[in-house]
Design a protein around this ligand. Structure first.
Ligand SMILES: C[S@@+](CC[C@H](N)C(=O)[O-])C[C@H]1O[C@@H](n2cnc3c(N)ncnc32)[C@H](O)[C@@H]1O
Length: 227
């Protein structure tokens, strides 16, 4: 199938229907996004169309785009300090960066993503959503320590903690914190990262469940602060 980054696929029949917001997910989305809910709906439409055809997410993710991806990431927005700055490393299709930016218009987001096709897609989507609190840098996290200094660094599905910490700590303000979205292996990752945690003089990681009051499947985060 051919299409431009800005356009719709030539063969829209190949796409699955965009999932509608219903029941508890609708309530969660209204709570999280408020007046930006139409923007979140537009973002889901992008993810379920060009996001799939550009290979940013697999087609099997379409029916669970709200619950497993957009809402799951947006709840982490509640963990961010007011009016702060966030660097989201390895944003891919804007997860968690764009989902959080929609939920937290008072926070400034920098998405760091090395792949050109993904960066082009992100720029197009951000423009279309009219998001004025998000910028994208095309780079590897390791190469932008001189230009990025954030209150919070986030990442989802980029790397295990042991590798993620050296990649992200240089982007962090002295009083900042790392917040990574993790799955079931989080405790094993923390155990395997003990030496790295000491080397960077970081406090013991806190594993937390967030969004329990809103989501059927809350989000697991690991939060790490400087000593
Ligand atoms: C599996 S994808 C996850 C994307 C998104 N965070 C998500 O949860 O859907 C990993 C992303 O990390 C990016 N990545 C890999 N190494 C990176 C690095 N050193 N610095 C920044 N991004 C990186 C990749 O290009 C890719 O987009």
């Amino acid at each position: 199938m051919s299409e431009s980054v800005t356009g719709r696929p030539d063969n829209p029949d190949a796409l699955q229907p965009i999932p509608a917001l219903r029941g508890r997910e609708r309530e969660a989305a209204q709570t999280l996004f408020g007046e930006r809910l139409p923007g979140a709906e537009k973002y889901v439409e992008h993810l379920c169309t060009t996001g799939i055809t550009h290979g940013l997410l697999g087609p099997r993710e379409v029916p669970r785009m709200w619950g497993r991806h957009v809402l799951n990431c947006a709840v982490v927005g509640n963990e961010l300090p007011a009016s702060g700055t966030v660097a989201d490393v390895g944003s891919g299709a804007g997860l968690p960066g764009i989902a959080m930016a929609l939920a937290r218009p008072d926070v400034e987001f920098t998405l760091i993503e090395p792949m050109e096709r993904r960066v082009d897609w992100l720029d197009t989507v951000i423009r279309d959503l009219g998001l004025d609190n998000v910028q994208v840098i095309r780079a590897r996290a390791e190469d932008v320590a001189d230009e990025v200094m954030a209150d919070v660094v986030t990442a989802r599905a980029v790397s295990a903690l042991k590798k993620l910490i050296p990649m992200t700590v240089p982007l962090l303000d002295d009083h900042g914190q790392l917040i990574f979205l993790k799955g079931r292996t989080v405790q094993a990752e923390v155990d395997a990262a003990q030496k790295v945690l000491k080397r960077f003089r970081l406090r013991h990681p806190q594993i937390e469940l967030v969004g329990q009051e809103l989501l059927e499947e809350p989000t697991t985060i690991v939060r790490i602060r400087h000593r």
